[in-house]
Design a protein around this ligand. Structure first.
Ligand code: SF4
Ligand code: SF4
Length: 182
């Protein structure tokens, strides 16, 4: 039996790579926002948006961290767009074993864009606010989805921020102890 329908806000950031000049302001603000405590440091390696930056090929490509992939793909894509040749995996958003991108540098935990969580509520994601070249544009739309999907996403976001703060092992230990209690 299907569950109840619920409204869900779908957040999208449109990327216009032609407007990106590689200034990396988006990486700086994202990593600072996700530092613990917030804004205590900035390190682009911790950012959930990374700019693929190859000046000699005139390539500046902002890419958002997406889902974790436990294994490398068997096949790769290579794109040429407007005469610019992009490397394999440049457009891929996965945190996967084939590269260092989208991994927390100390713990190795995968990083994923959370559109800046909802606490405190942001008018727009921070990277969009800080991109002075309008390479990033924020859009929202409403969709009707199953209630369980909304709840599952909320749970995933909550667990991810706990894992970022305390490390995945501690979270797993704590859940195991709680389930023993019972
Ligand atoms: S939307 Fe927020 S979390 Fe996602 S990459 Fe931009 S600053 Fe980082
Ligand atoms: S802030 Fe904008 S212009 Fe600067 S690197 Fe990021 S996407 Fe590119």
């Amino acid at each position: 039996m299907k569950g109840e329908k619920k409204k869900k806000i779908v957040k999208t950031i449109k990327v216009d790579a032609d407007k990106c000049n590689g200034c990396r302001a988006c990486e700086v603000v994202c990593s600072a926002f996700h530092a613990a405590p917030k804004y205590s440091s900035n390190n682009p390696a911790r950012s959930r948006i990374r700019v693929i930056h190859e000046p000699l090929k005139d390539v500046y490509l902002p890419v958002y961290a997406g889902e974790y992939a436990p294994a490398e793909c068997a096949g790769r894509d290579k794109y040429t767009i407007d005469g610019k040749e992009y490397d394999e995996c440049d457009f891929c958003r996965a945190s996967c074993p084939s590269r260092d991108l989208f991994k927390e540098p100390d713990s190795g935990l995968p990083l994923k864009c959370d559109m800046c969580e909802d606490d405190p509520p942001q008018k727009e994601p921070l990277c969009v606010q800080w991109c002075l070249n309008d390479a990033l544009t924020y859009e929202e739309r409403e969709e009707e989805v199953e209630e369980e999907e909304v709840e599952r996403e909320k749970l995933e976001i909550g667990l991810e921020s706990l894992a970022n703060e305390y490390g995945l092992d501690k979270i797993i230990d704590t859940v195991a102890r709680m389930s023993q209690k019972g």
